[in-house]
Design a protein around this ligand. Structure first.
Ligand SMILES: [Zn+2]
Length: 256
């Protein structure tokens, strides 16, 4: 049995990583057997493709994050660019996309970008990676209006009840390092509510570092703390959980 994990959400093109190639080489030797490197705008989506091409089991997503739609004037042409990037071999999902009501971003504009990218995912039959910050109700309503959409709720922070609803709609729920925090609140309940076949874990690195490294730069090597917390909640053997998580992530992103 293997204790390797699949990091379903990372940002190794973030400038905080000074030498991502060397770091990823060592992570692929000891900690992970798969990494999804997420884009947040056109440039980071292109950068993620370049980085993913360096490693056999590294994949990437292309998409426009709600915070990054603000400065884009021509939505349709940027969606066309995302569509073009989606034809690259390593691009396995559209993301990260969604709504962020924490920051002062015009809601209508975010919703239009979210809606258009969900339509693109349906058209291309690709999974989506959803960002939902303080916008649970609207995210749910917009997703529900796209009947064929599938994917993952990244960095899950919602209720156990809505986790169950998303799982019923065919979505995966991705738990981040915050589940190791003492004030993780409703997250343990969400883990126990979702069918095991729908659970994956992530770093969202360089952010959301789990205990005991909270405050440091996050990377996929720290995901074992997140995974062991989830395994403990599920009362599963750690290695058994790792095998399940990797299989779930591969099913999510249609990778071998
Ligand atoms: Zn992210």
């Amino acid at each position: 049995m293997s204790s390797l994990l699949f990091d379903t959400h990372a940002h190794y093109t973030d400038s905080k990583f000074e030498d991502p190639i060397t770091l990823l080489k060592s992570l692929f030797e000891s900690d992970v057997c798969g990494v999804m490197c997420c884009g947040w705008d056109i440039q980071s989506s292109k950068d993620s493709i370049h980085l993913a091409n360096e490693f056999k089991n590294m994949y990437c997503s292309a998409g426009i994050h709600p915070e990054n739609c603000v400065d884009i004037e021509d939505m349709n042409s940027s969606i066309d660019e995302i569509k073009l990037l989606c034809s690259e071999d390593k691009v396995k999902a559209i993301g990260e996309i969604g709504l962020d009501y924490y920051w002062e971003i015009p809601k209508k504009k975010q919703q239009d970008f979210f809606d258009a990218q969900l339509s693109l995912a349906e058209e291309l039959d690709m999974p989506v990676i959803i960002h939902d910050r303080d916008a649970h109700g609207d995210v749910f309503d917009i997703i529900r209006s796209h009947k064929k959409v599938r994917g993952v709720m990244h960095g899950y922070s919602g209720s156990a009840e809505s986790a169950r609803q998303y799982a019923n709609m065919g979505f995966y729920i991705s738990f981040p390092g915050t589940i190791t925090f003492k004030n993780a609140a409703k997250l343990p309940e969400a883990v126990l509510t979702v069918p095991k076949e729908r659970i994956v874990v992530e770093t969202d690195c360089p952010y959301l570092t789990p205990v005991p490294f909270r405050g440091k730069l996050n990377h996929s090597g720290y995901m074992k703390y997140t995974a062991s917390k989830v395994a403990e909640l599920l009362k599963m053997d750690y290695n058994e959980f790792c095998e399940l998580e990797v299989q779930n992530a591969k099913n999510l992103f249609d990778t071998k």
